[in-house]
Design a protein around this ligand. Structure first.
Ligand code: GAL
Length: 417
C-alpha cells in the first residue's frame, strides 16, 4: 500500500492541475434561462455562486422570466429556440416536457458522455435517468426531485379553528363549511395552472396510481366514468376556494394560509422552500404538511433539469454548469433552499430541514407517479391545450364536456397512442 502512496499523491496532484486548468479555461458568457425569479430565486442564486467560485472567469447571466411553473418562460423559450437563438442552457422538466418537446424536435445534445465522465450512472436512480432518456441518448441533467401532491397548513391556525387535516376529499368537504362559517377560505387557490395542479392531486385520489398511469398510457379513456368523476369532484372542491384565484400567483395563494385567511393549500414542495427560505417559517411548527387528501403513500414527482441545446453559445462553460448542477455539492446547496431533495443517492440529508428529510423518506418508501402540470407525463402541446380545457371547465363547470374536450386534446397530442 505505502509503496503506491506517492503514485496516488502524484495522480491527485496532476488531476487537480488538470481540473484547475480546465476551470480556468472557461470564460465568456453563460446564459442560464429559467423561471426561478424573485421569491423563487434563492436556490438558483446559491448554485450560481457555487459555479462562479469554480469558474471565476465566466460571466453568468441569470436570465429569468417570472411566472410559476414556467407558464411565461416556456413561451419565451419556444420563440427563442425556434428563432435559432437558444440560451446556453435552460430549465426543463424531466419527462415529456423534455422528451416529447425538445428532444423530439431534435434540439438537444446527447449528454451520455457527461454521465459517464461524472459517474452519474452510479448515483442517480435508474427510473429518473429513464425519464431523461430515449434510445438515442440522455438529454438533460436533473438538479432535484419535487413532490406535487402536498397539502399545506399552519398547525396553530387549524387548532384555533377546531379542524384536523383531512385525509380524504370527503373529510375536506365535511369540514369546509365549518371553516367558511368562521369566515375562513377552506382551500386557497391561484391562477389557471394551480387549478391544473389541484386537479392532478384530485385525479390521483380518484383514479389511484394505476388509474393515473393508465390514463397516460392511453388505456383509460378520458370519457370513462372515473375520469368524469375527477372533474365533478374538482367542481365541488372549487366551491370552497377564493373567488380572486385567477389573479393570484402560487406564492399569494400560499400567503393566504400564512396570513390566516385560508386553511389549506395544495402545492408542490417549492412552497416549503418559499415558507422556510423566503418567509422564515420553521418546517413542522411554522407550517405543516400532509399528502393531498386520498394520496397517502403516493409520491407524485417531478424533476427540474438543465440541458444543452444544439447551438448553445458557450458549450464548454455550459458543460461546466451541467457538471455543477449534477454534483453532490451543488445539489446539496440548491435543494435545502428550494424545498426539494437531491436525486443523488449520496446526498447529505443532515443539510436538509424536517420537511426535506421527510420528503426524502417518502421518496424512498412511496409509490412514485409523474406529475402532469410539471412536465412528466405529457408534452407541451397537450399542456397548452389542456390549460384551455381547464379554462372552459372553470367557466362552464361541465364535467362531461371537460372530459370530452380532454379526450380530443389527448388524441391530437398523441398521448397514449
Ligand atoms: C415547477 C418547478 C418548480 C417551481 C414551480 C413553481 O414547475 O418545477 O421548481 O419552480 O414550478 O414555479
Amino acid at each position: 500500500m505505502r509503496r503506491h502512496g506517492w503514485r496516488l499523491g502524484l495522480l491527485v496532484l496532476v488531476m487537480s492541475f488538470v481540473f484547475a486548468a480546465s476551470a480556468a479555461a472557461q470564460s465568456g458568457q453563460l446564459e442560464i434561462f429559467s423561471w426561478w425569479a424573485g421569491d423563487e430565486g434563492p436556490a438558483l442564486e446559491a448554485l450560481i455562486e457555487r459555479y462562479e467560485s469554480l469558474y471565476p472567469d465566466v460571466d453568468v447571466i441569470n436570465a429569468t422570466v417570472t411566472g410559476g411553473s414556467g407558464v411565461n418562460a416556456k413561451a419565451v423559450l419556444k420563440t427563442r429556440m425556434l428563432g435559432g437563438d437558444p440560451p446556453a442552457t435552460f430549465q426543463v422538466h424531466a419527462g415529456q416536457e423534455l422528451i416529447g418537446t425538445w428532444v423530439l424536435a431534435e434540439r438537444m445534445e446527447d449528454l451520455t458522455f457527461l454521465y459517464e465522465q461524472e459517474g452519474w450512472f452510479d448515483v442517480l436512480p435508474e427510473e429518473l435517468i429513464k425519464l431523461l432518456s430515449t434510445e438515442d441518448g440522455i438529454w438533460s441533467v436533473p438538479v432535484n426531485i419535487h413532490r406535487s401532491n402536498v397539502m399545506y397548513y399552519i398547525p396553530e391556525n387549524l387548532e384555533k379553528w377546531g379542524v384536523d387535516v383531512p385525509k380524504t376529499w370527503d373529510e375536506f368537504l365535511t369540514i369546509a363549511p365549518k371553516l367558511q362559517a368562521q369566515g375562513i377560505v377552506p382551500l386557497s387557490l391561484g391562477e389557471n395552472w394551480t387549478v391544473i395542479h389541484l386537479w392532478e392531486s384530485v385525479a390521483l385520489a380518484v383514479l389511484g396510481p394505476d388509474g393515473w398511469e393508465s390514463l397516460w398510457a392511453g388505456e383509460l379513456s378520458w370519457t370513462s366514468p372515473e375520469v368524469v368523476e375527477t372533474w365533478e369532484l374538482l367542481g365541488r372542491i372549487l366551491e370552497y376556494t377564493n373567488s380572486d384565484a385567477p389573479s393570484l400567483t402560487w406564492q399569494q395563494a400560499t400567503d393566504m394560509i400564512v396570513d390566516g385567511e385560508a386553511a389549506f393549500n395544495i402545492m408542490g414542495d417549492w412552497a416549503s422552500g418559499y415558507m422556510s427560505t423566503t418567509l422564515g417559517l420553521e418546517a413542522g411548527t411554522g407550517f405543516g404538511w400532509a399528502p393531498s387528501p386520498g394520496t397517502e403513500g403516493i409520491f407524485m414527482m417531478l424533476a427540474d433539469s438543465f440541458g444543452l441545446p444544439k447551438g448553445s453559445p458557450n458549450r464548454e462553460a455550459t458543460l461546466a454548469w451541467l457538471r455543477t448542477v449534477g454534483s453532490r455539492e451543488g445539489q446539496d446547496i440548491f435543494n435545502p433552499l428550494k424545498g426539494s431533495i437531491s436525486p443523488r443517492l449520496d446526498s447529505d440529508l443532515s443539510l436538509y430541514d424536517t420537511y426535506g428529510r421527510s420528503a426524502a423518506r417518502d421518496w424512498q418508501n412511496s409509490r412514485i407517479v409523474g406529475s402532469l402540470q410539471h412536465g412528466v407525463v405529457a408534452n407541451e402541446r397537450f399542456m397548452n391545450d389542456f390549460a384551455t380545457v381547464m379554462e372552459i371547465f372553470l367557466s362552464s363547470r361541465n364535467a362531461v364536456a371537460a372530459s370530452n374536450a380532454a379526450q380530443a386534446v389527448a388524441a391530437q397530442a398523441g398521448i397514449g397512442f
